[in-house]
Design a protein around this ligand. Structure first.
Ligand code: AFP
Length: 294
């Protein structure tokens, strides 16, 4: 099966799981921890099983990396051209209060030496939102397509075939409760500037929801490093690279504070974290013009 068909099948199955199960039960913890150190919930495990089961049957995929796995998993298609990395259910700590969660993914092409250099090796990325509607955003072939699932006909219908970001927004999105611990003081200055310029703030606490809003409405999203989490909370392989790829396709910007997220070298560790900024051009110009006072 084609990769996109495997992904769409998984999105529908995960969406059904969320919609048909009591959200309080979905939020129950199981007595283990996942490989990346976060609490595991039953829904995370079930979503990972769905993704892995469908994608391991796809003849184009050589290797799978998941937030829920300790190591990369090799499929039986050892000569296949692609690695796929995903977070099967981002934002799952919100599920017991019925807040939007989602699946994030990136497909990477191996080079002639069977290596992946950085985020520029991504050929396709996207995310599916399990919110009021089940919708997914796909970055492929230099454009962004936006789909919504129709339960009536069992298909994803195209909403927008060439989604572009605004040059400037009016919302900033950071977990400001960390601001006394941020290690890059530009974020503190930037917030003051946003407030002076009459921006408002939003923080859902699901990367998929906060980044999606930023993509659609423009503005600024960041998860900076802080004294406790020096590299922030966002994982490079299956969260930051995919969203960086999506934002660049839409005419937006990504940064780890120094360079584009796509320029960050492919990590040695599957669960490596990175500070992240995803934003419109105007807000990125403001950010780079703040002086660094660490
Ligand atoms: P969960 O998947 O455990 O809910 O974590 C979500 C997340 O990794 C990312 O989606 C959010 O942007 C971030 O954590 C929220 O972090 P805070 O706990 O600082 O709000």
């Amino acid at each position: 099966m084609e990769i996109l068909a495997c992904l769409e099948k998984s999105f529908v199955q995960i969406s059904d799981l969320i919609r048909k199960t009591n959200s309080v039960n979905l939020g129950n913890l199981v007595d283990t921890h996942n490989a990346s150190g976060d609490d595991v919930k039953t829904i995370d495990v079930m979503s990972n099983d769905i993704m892995k089961d469908n994608l391991s049957k796809c003849a184009l995929i050589r290797t799978i990396g998941s937030e829920e796995e300790d190591e990369f998993y090799s499929t039986k298609f050892t000569d296949a051209p692609y690695l796929i990395c995903y977070d099967p259910l981002d934002g799952s700590s919100n599920i017991d209060v019925n807040i939007t969660t989602g699946t994030i993914f990136s497909v990477y092409e191996y080079d002639a030496n069977n290596k992946i250099a950085d985020g520029h090796s991504i050929v396709m990325s996207g995310y599916c939102l399990y919110g009021g509607a089940t919708q997914y955003v796909l970055a492929y072939n230099n454009k962004i397509s936006f789909y919504q699932y129709s339960a009536e006909d069992g298909l994803f219908q195209l909403l927008n075939d060439n989604l572009k970001m605004k040059e400037k927004g009016a919302i900033y999105s950071l977990n400001e409760s960390n601001k006394k611990a941020w290690t890059d003081a530009r974020f503190n200055q930037l917030i003051e500037t946003f407030i002076e310029q009459k921006y408002t703030t939003r923080w859902v606490g699901s990367l998929v929801a906060d980044a999606h809003r930023t993509l659609i409405k423009g503005g600024f999203f960041a998860y900076p490093g802080n004294r406790k989490d020096t590299e922030g909370k966002i994982r490079l392989l299956y969260e930051a690279y995919p969203f960086a790829h999506i934002f660049h396709h839409a005419g937006g910007v990504s940064s780890n504070g120094v360079c584009s997220i796509l320029d960050v070298p492919f990590p040695a560790k599957i669960h490596q974290k990175t500070p992240i900024v995803l934003c419109s051009k105007y807000e990125h110009d403001l950010f780079v013009n703040m002086s660094m006072q660490v």
